[in-house]
Write a new protein. Structure first.
Length: 240
């Protein structure tokens, strides 16, 4: 999360691709009315990504853009001094304050953020997101994972719990189960491809928006994203 904006993602986990970077990146087409593809690097285990996801969706309503969700993992142990019970007092104070900010912001939106009691890996949740996106169901999947994880109602490392969410939204679970059974065949390569994409984009934290190769890191940078899009002439007439 480095400062309050980068999020508190779990283990150093690879990234997935789809709208989640399943399609090739596209930029401005130069054709009137066509959408610009912008990226949002995210992690389910980042509270500030959770705060950013709704306003990010709204960008597609206010501007002629198409979001591509690209998972990204931050090595929290490295950034914040190891396991929760091994951190020094400075890192403890910093994290307590970051979560205080996150909870204040969440309360303004009617959301609940309960700080986790350990560092979680979101790898399996990323696999579920890939499978949901493949079936055109990424958003209902992501919305449920975010909300339930931050309410402490979801064991994000439990494949059965994630498969249940896929079933709940009407997605097939066979591919997800095959990913869990043998990650090396397809799941990890897809994630690693997005990690390489993040490296190329110089991403270092979440949430990060990338608009025409310009980075905007943090929930509180969304207004700058809008200004960038306005400058490109992409605001929809109904929102002008």
């Amino acid at each position: 999360m480095e400062r309050r904006h980068s999020g508190l993602s779990g283990d150093l986990v690879a990234a997935e691709s789809s709208n989640l970077a399943l399609s090739e990146p596209t930029g401005a087409t130069g054709q009137p009315g066509e959408n610009l593809s912008i990226k949002l690097y995210f992690a389910y285990t980042s509270p500030f990504t959770y705060l950013a996801i709704g306003p990010a969706y709204e960008l597609e309503n206010s501007h002629r853009v198409k979001l591509r969700f690209v998972p990204y993992g931050v090595n929290i142990r490295q950034v914040y001094g190891g396991e929760v019970d091994a951190r020094d007092e400075r890192n403890r104070r910093k994290l307590r304050y970051l979560y205080l900010d996150a909870r204040r912001l969440a309360a303004e939106r009617g959301l609940i953020i309960r700080p986790p009691k350990k560092i979680f890996s979101a790898r399996f949740a990323f696999y579920g997101g890939i499978c949901a996106e493949d079936q055109g169901l990424f958003r209902p999947y992501a919305d449920r994972v975010f909300e339930r994880f931050w309410k402490r109602e979801l064991e994000v490392e439990d494949p059965a719990a994630l498969a249940a969410i896929l079933s709940e939204i009407g997605a097939r679970t066979g591919k997800f189960k095959s990913y869990i059974a043998d990650e090396a065949v397809e799941a990890k390569p897809r994630l690693k491809a997005c990690f390489a994409e993040a490296e190329d984009d110089h991403v270092f934290g979440v949430p990060t928006f990338v608009v025409e190769n310009e980075l905007f890191w943090g929930y509180d940078r969304i207004n700058w994203v809008k200004r960038k899009l306005d400058g490109l002439g992409l605001r929809r007439a109904a929102h002008s």
